[in-house]
Ligand binder design. Sequence first.
Ligand SMILES: [Zn+2]
Length: 118
Amino acid sequence: MGRPLTERERDVLAFMIDTALPSGGDRPVPAAARARWRQSIPTTTAGRRCECGACPSIDLVDERARTSKGGRSVVLRADHPKASLLLFIDDDRLSYLELAPHGDEAIDHFPPVVELSI
Ligand SMILES: [Zn+2]
């Protein structure tokens, strides 16, 4: 198991699952899939953090202490004025929550959900 998600991480994860859209014109995500992913939030923990030092991106680890790799990827995207947010779902499991800063300025924490848009 990783560490528990922070409240902010959990909020951003829920926002991404509920409202973020597939990137690059991929197929729409069925509501049933979003519901399934949402149900997995309570058993999701934070694994390794990105080592770049400029972002708060984290591996998402489930109760089997495994980060999913491979399988068909769904990537959901949302935007912040200073960054892009991406949620990777691999093989139907929450896999990676990424914040990619637009500029050189480091962003240490995920932003409040109210600052996100789709
Ligand atoms: Zn990083």
